[in-house]
Write a protein of this length. Structure first.
Length: 98
């Protein structure tokens, strides 16, 4: 499912609301939204539109979307390694305190 998109010359992200997911402009994103998106990217299929400066007219949206897209693409490329390292860290800690 797509969680970051470019539409109508603006960047958008999906926010999980009580009654479902809804799209918001990227400049409205907050730390809770980022944490939620990272959690989704860790556990589910996470899709996003690739950054294209020509498709986003608003400079603030360009900056925010570009940085988020870069970070999520990097994270998704290394997701398996990240999950393995997290599993090993917790496994070692659990064994230590048993």
């Amino acid at each position: 499912m797509k969680y970051l998109k470019i539409e109508h010359n603006k960047g958008h992200f999906r926010r999980d609301l009580v009654d479902g997911l809804e799209w918001f402009e990227i400049d409205q994103i907050n730390k809770n939204d980022l944490a939620n998106l990272l959690d989704i990217a860790t556990t589910k299929d996470f899709e996003l539109d690739l950054y294209d400066e020509d498709l986003i007219a608003n400079k603030a949206h360009q900056i925010i979307y570009r940085h988020l897209a870069e970070k999520f693409i990097s994270f998704l490329a290394n997701k398996d390694r990240f999950n393995d390292e997290a599993d090993n860290l917790f496994k070692t800690t659990l064994e230590k305190y048993k």
